[in-house]
Design a protein around this ligand. Sequence first.
Ligand code: C2E
Ligand code: SIN
Ligand code: SIN
Ligand code: FE
Ligand code: FE
Length: 651
Amino acid sequence: MHNSETAPTIPAQPVKDRLTAWLKTIRAQVGLALAALFLLLAGSVAYTLYELDLRKHDYEILNLAGQLRVTSHAMVNQAGNYLKDTPTDYEAYNRDLRLFYGDLQRNIALYDKIISNFEARRLDADLTGKHETIYCTWDERSKSQLSRTADIWRTYRAGMFKQLGDDLAQPRLNYAAAYMVTNGKMLLDASNDLAIAFQTMMEGKLALIRLFNQIILGLAAGLMLGLVALIYFNLVRPLRQTVSGFARVARGDFGHQVPVQTGNEIGQMTRAFNQLSERLHALFRLTDRINQGNTLDDSLRFIAEEFRDFLPVDWVGLFFQSADGTRWVLERQHDTGPRTLREAGHFMLPGDKPDLSQPLNIADLSQYRGARADDLFATLHRYGFASATLLPMAGAANSQALLIFAARQPGSYTTEHVEFLSNVAGQITHSLDKTVFLENLVVATVQGLAKLAESRDPETGDHLLRMALYAAIVAEELGENGEYREQINTAYVREVFQFAPMHDIGKVGIADHILLKPGRLDEEQRREMERHPSIGGEVLRRCEAQVNGLGYSIFRVAIEIAECHHEKFDGSGYPKGLQGEAIPLSARIVAVADVFDALTSKRPYKEAWPVERALGLLDEEAGRHFDPEVVAAFKRSLPRVMAIYDQHKHV
Ligand code: C2E
Ligand code: SIN
Ligand code: SIN
Ligand code: FE
Ligand code: FE
């Protein structure tokens, strides 16, 4: 996983992505639900108020429809009464006549006015007693009933006037009254039907409002339910699970993962929690490994492989400060690819004195492209890394150390990563203290033993130092060029350098009269002498078994060197007669370094040879005693070999 949070330029997110991300948040979801609820209720209230405002005219309409009914009843009843009553005197007759006729005219005028208002769909103020004209609408049924009622009214009215005669000063009230009574039912029914039609229309509209309000209430209830579910499933439940996850981690269940169920803030929190849990787990296991006494190489490998899930780690390296404090020496490294940072292993840091009191995060290594070849950042960039984090390790027993993480993506390390890695560096410091210094102690002890063995021969002088340096130089050269490139890394070179001096440690088991014999050895003495590789191998195997018991492996290469440095490439060597690449590479390297130094040194049994003669023998023996690849590397490194030779040549 590569995090690009601190990449130099963050491309603008498309609007659509930002919207999608926003929609996943709780505030967006709850906000939208509440807004929808609000709009729904506000709309419903507004609609209801509007409808009620319209309905307040319904009373007037029904009232007028009622007046039509009352008026038609009045007309028919009065006509009936008029016919029934027999006037007793002329006075009374005239009064009744005027009364009836006056009422009739008023009723006709009222009926006319109401019907024409209805037909025009506007109720005049003088009719309703209101201050303004009321406008109204009819549904289909009311409309057709209105035209039927109006037709009937006109028919009835026409019939009445026909009976009243042409001379309205002398109306024929008897005839008219008879007509009105005979056809009265028609008018009553028509008036009734209109009132009923209007009433039905009003009730329908009220029912519609009621239905509408019920639907709105239902929707609002549904929305509320949805909101509650949203809050439960996206907030309450994930929160509860995360809280119980916290509790589990608190109880020591490191690495516990809570299922992420939402993309909202809680989901983000859960993801952050899971990451935390995972990191705790990894740190815990790392501490565990260190406490169990695993080696530093083991710890670096663990970090590189296990932390890769949540950290950008393509390479981890541990550097020690050189004795003079000017350079950084690559001590250990772990790389995910086949290439390792094997050149020389000595690096400069850019700048005069970079501040190493706290972690240094380099987002873009390419800025050091032009720096000198041994610049550490330039080298990391050359090896394909784009960003790095430097963690100074205080507290390591001797000089200062640097733990460096590198990644192939630029800007891989966030502040969060660096903080986490600082803690890792703290853990590694313990491992440093435990591993490096224990290893160094053991190695120094065994080297002292080797020196003791060698020192019984007063003539060997600096043989061990010279041959170790020759061997390291050849190993380094083989790591750079030739067919053994992939078998050699910095750690291997270091081990060859460290363990080459132990090659003759088995000579402790050889009696002085043989070891220090000034002349040539006889056959039996020679056989006794040739036991020294087996004796050395045996001694170192016991050392290795001891440290294996403590969880370390230190002497693997030392055993190879002690046991096989007298094997010959053509199979004619001792003790086992191994041939070619069956002889460990470390032993093939040491054989060349050891013999070259033995030849150019004075021995109790021989004088020192000149360098040219020794080189001649190496050439001669390439493919017989020596691995030709190793001889070739030795000759390619001759300038460095000669520098050592000149510096440490014994007098
Ligand atoms: P060393 O003195 O450290 O020599 C290591 C190896 O260098 C020898 O392994 C041999 O391969 C080579 N070497 C040393 N001197 C000569 C030389 O004058 N000519 C040639 N061609 N090669 C030389 P090697 O022969 O297996 O001997 C192992 C060890 O046995 C020697 O270690 C030395 O300690 C002892 N040794 C060998 N020959 C004699 C001897 O004639 N007299 C005594 N006193 N010790 C001997
Ligand atoms: C090493 O640093 O392991 C190589 C020793 C050297 O060449 O100085
Ligand atoms: C080392 O690589 O230096 C430690 C020895 C080992 O783990 O093989
Ligand atoms: Fe030897
Ligand atoms: Fe030797």
